[in-house]
Design a binder for this molecule. Sequence first.
Ligand SMILES: [Zn+2]
Ligand SMILES: [Zn+2]
Length: 662
Amino acid sequence: MTNQAKQPCLRVIPLGGLHEIGKNTCVFEYGDDIMLVDAGLAFPSDGMHGVNVVMPDTSYLKENQKRIRGMIVTHGHEDHIGGIAHHLKNFNIPVIHGPRLALAMLTGKMEEAGVMDRTILQTVAPRDVVKVGQHFSVEFIRNTHSMADSFSLAITTPVGTVIFTGDFKFDHTPVDGETFDMARLAHYGEQGVLCLFSDSTNSEVPGFCPPERSVFPCLDRHISQAEGRVIITTFASSIHRVAMILELALKNGRKVGLLGRSMLNVIAKARELGYMRAPDDLFVPIKQIRDLPDRETLLLMTGSQGEPLAALSRISRGEHPQVQVKNSDTIIFSASPIPGNTISVVNTIDRLMMLGAKVVYGKGEGIHVSGHGFQEDQKLMLALTKPKYFVPVHGEHRMLVCHSKTAQSMGVPAENILIIDNGDVVELRPDSINKGEPVKAGIELLDASRNGIVDARVLKERQQLADDGVITMLAVISTDGVMAAPPRVNLRGVVTAADPRKLSLWAEREITWVLENRWQQLSRNSGGKAPDVDWMGVQREIEIGLQRRLRRELQVEPLIICLVQPAPGGTPAYKGRADAEPDTRPAPRAGRGGGRDGGRDGGRDGGRGERPERVERSQQPRRELVAVGAAPAPAPAAATPARVEEPEISGRTRRRRSAAAS
Ligand SMILES: [Zn+2]
Ligand SMILES: [Zn+2]
């Protein structure tokens, strides 16, 4: 093992695309050379509020950027090229080799990001061989996929040849007539393939993937039978599907209106480069399409994944300026939801149906086929390439496991198969496959500007805002550590049964606790003058305390923002109600602070005096529950300085706690 470890090896490191569908980014490394294969993006999952796209963490590439010799692009899908323009802002890629269509789409993204001068784009044709660095030579093998102009790769390295399938299925009657170059795969299989990295997306599905052409008659039937307008949604990047839809519009005497930026862009690019043939007069600008009879209209648009801002989603919410749903419309979903988008897709379908349209969707209709091969396609790939080692890629964990079983059924020994995760390092030598020491991998979340990075802290705060709302609190504290005025508490989006006075009382208690137990550490008396107070620290301590208390008493975890307004030393203390009211029981409604409280809320909210009242009403049936739940805990806890040991500390609290401790 130690001898072997000294031999040079090929290192293959996926930074994205494993245990997920999306952001495929793979690093090939030998000696001093790094070659990248694809760099995609993923879309945010539920709860990633305000996140626009998800990128892989590329710290490893930034650290090793001097060794990057170039990049290979397999095809133009977003999960393969969507990250490139962003990465070019952060590190150099001297040259990018890829298919014409993918590079044309990439050009648009790079222009938008202002990084056109950061790399050289080299278009390849089928069977072209390019050299990257000293050690890699890559042959582009035409394959078939839902995107036109797509390739598998044969990567020749000093330790042997690796076949990297890219996204593929075996489609023997492709829409554009460009068939899978299986002879080339077989050629490499005969010569000997060290390792196969293969697309696992549909490894759980038995059989062969139906050809793309098979949707043609089904779409034709729905379009020809439609009495009114036809509205179709699909991925803009499903070039073959879009080409067929245009062909069907022509056949059925319907003019086409396009909606959605990506639909317009992709079709313009694909027509310009000859991947789609459609006469100019087939298209009618969306503003003029109302003038046509419904029976002569076909609208092709984005929104097949229920993306909230896409054309069809806006139409379903009645928010589109040009298109409103009519009873006579036939709306066709020619796509299946990506896992994670299912809920937004079915919601969109529901809304469209409620508006009276006929909606055609789902597996049974024959209006969609996948672009990724099923089990039998995957077996055919294994049979042609006859790899010694096998690594399933492009899929969630269970898909990788399933694909590895298929490979075993084809005679690849289990010990020759590696199931890896993002950041894992596959070390390949002529006679071995091993997992090396992993590199840093993770995610980077970008906001709508695609420049701002949404870090874990921001995300956690957004989740708190969305789930539990926000409480702001203003505390007036004098420089000699005295609460100089009652705290002002303000709630937004917080659903609680608690009396507003109770919240004020709790705020008071937390302030008092911090002043009694933490003031010494947080203020430094530098000899006679005004003490040097760590006001941020005071705020943090109060926030932490109130957060803990709310979690304990009310089982809510709103974001808490405490602002401290310093008052001059010697300001008389506000006595508060904390001493007058026992902590273990709910505040009596006609308590000492009642009048003061009411006045404060009124003043704070200006004209909006309705909130305290509403809270009062809604709390009536539940107040007892709160009181019962609250009874045993608060007083001792509030008085115990050992609260650092609270077991359930949220991410935000934990961070703040450690910040406060340091
Ligand atoms: Zn793809
Ligand atoms: Zn893909």
